[in-house]
Design a binder for this molecule. Structure first.
Ligand code: NAP
Ligand code: 8YV
Length: 314
């Protein structure tokens, strides 16, 4: 059976699927990685990885016969697609199967922030309600103005689902799309106009710190920033400053600059709702993503094609 390197982890079901067709080498279980790469690096043609780990360059450079990198996630900013293309290696990802749950998470965070869910939960549990009376009023998302940064597969799903709350949706991306939502060519301008901004672009250099201090100030003291894209898209230091000074009202964050590290300053603020990069982390969606990742490998084994190659490798 062909040799496959498993970087990160794979759920048991996908591990079984891979073990039926490949000799699977799990990187985290290899004690001497250098010795392994010397003895077996040349045999590895297949890699299963994820959007966080990618294929570290020191490993990539020692897999001379690598043919396909299947990444268990839609965002692939951790993978050097130029280097892969230069060697004729196909990179695959998992578009569409996670749209609904990631969109649901963006709206979950928006609702949690607007309705002060985490603080109200603590208020209800602590006995403060009995002692001090009703909790302060919160803000409704019904009919509110929401700007989406990155109206792709997931962004459009968010926009459609926000229709259930009668939200007035606008969006910003590099080019306008054929959609029934208002395009705003300037991100600061859009931030000034909306009650909440939801980020759902890819990561990487093109979007790095796109959401900067100016964008946050434009959102304003009652504005809400939701980030389910990548930590790199938001200037985290500027975010902490803006929240601490009250220039930005609230944030709901699933992603961070140095995951799994979350700055203490963010953890300390009651205006911030946090999740541990879990937008797609439901049993159903992770199973669909894992299956698609392995099916890309199996398809390639069968006929040298892939089901969902990234655009750069099509
Ligand atoms: P997609 O369909 O490729 O959509 C990305 C959108 O971002 C496109 O509409 C694109 O439009 C826009 N965009 C790209 N570069 C931009 C830039 N420099 N400025 C403004 N807009 C830009 O991707 P998707 O499937 O919706 O996924 C989007 C991203 O969500 C993933 O790449 C990943 O980083 C993130 N994600 C996070 C989680 C999580 O667990 N939190 C889960 C899934 C995905 P233009 O090309 O016209 O600019
Ligand atoms: C995954 C994601 O948690 O698909 C993505 O881009 O960020 C998440 O769905 C991550 O990629 C793990 O592989």
């Amino acid at each position: 059976m062909p040799d496959l390197l498993l970087i990160g982890t794979a759920p048991p079901r996908q591990t079984e699927m891979m073990e039926a067709a490949f000799t699977v080498h799990t990187l985290s279980k290899i004690e001497d990685v250098d010795a392994f790469l010397t003895s077996t690096g040349e045999a590895i043609e297949y890699v299963f990885t994820n959007g966080h780990d990618g294929v570290p360059k020191p490993i990539f450079d020692r897999l001379p016969n690598l043919k396909i990198i299947a990444s268990n996630g839609v965002g692939y900013d951790a993978i050097d697609t130029d280097a892969a293309n230069a060697r004729g290696i196909i990179v695959t990802h998992t578009p569409n199967v996670l749209n609904a749950d990631v969109a649901n998470t963006a709206i979950l965070l928006l609702l949690a922030v607007s309705r002060n869910l985490i603080n109200d939960d603590a208020y209800a549990r602590s006995g403060d309600w009995e002692r001090d009376g009703n909790a302060p009023l919160t803000r409704s998302i019904e009919g509110s103005k929401v700007g989406i940064l990155g109206l792709g597969r997931i962004g459009e799903t968010i926009a459609r689902k926000l229709g259930a709350f009668d939200c007035d949706v606008s969006y910003h991306s590099r080019s306008p799309k054929d959609v029934p939502y208002r395009y705003v060519g300037n991100l600061v301008e859009m931030a000034r106009e909306v009650d909440a901004l939801i980020c759902i672009t890819p990561g990487g250099p093109a979007t790095e710190k796109l959401v900067n201090a100016e964008v946050m100030e434009a959102l304003g003291p009652s504005g809400i920033l939701i980030n389910v894209a990548r930590g790199s898209v938001v200037d985290e230091a500027a975010l902490i400053d803006a929240l601490q000074s009250g220039k930005l009202g609230f944030a709901g964050l699933d992603v961070f600059e140095r995951e799994p590290h979350i700055p203490d300053a963010l953890k300390a603020m009651s205006t911030v709702t946090l999740m541990p990069h879990a937008a797609s982390a439901t049993v159903e969606t992770r199973q669909a993503m894992g299956d698609l990742t392995v099916n890309n490998l199996l398809q390639f084994l069968k006929d040298g094609t892939a089901l969902t190659p990234v655009p750069e490798c099509q």
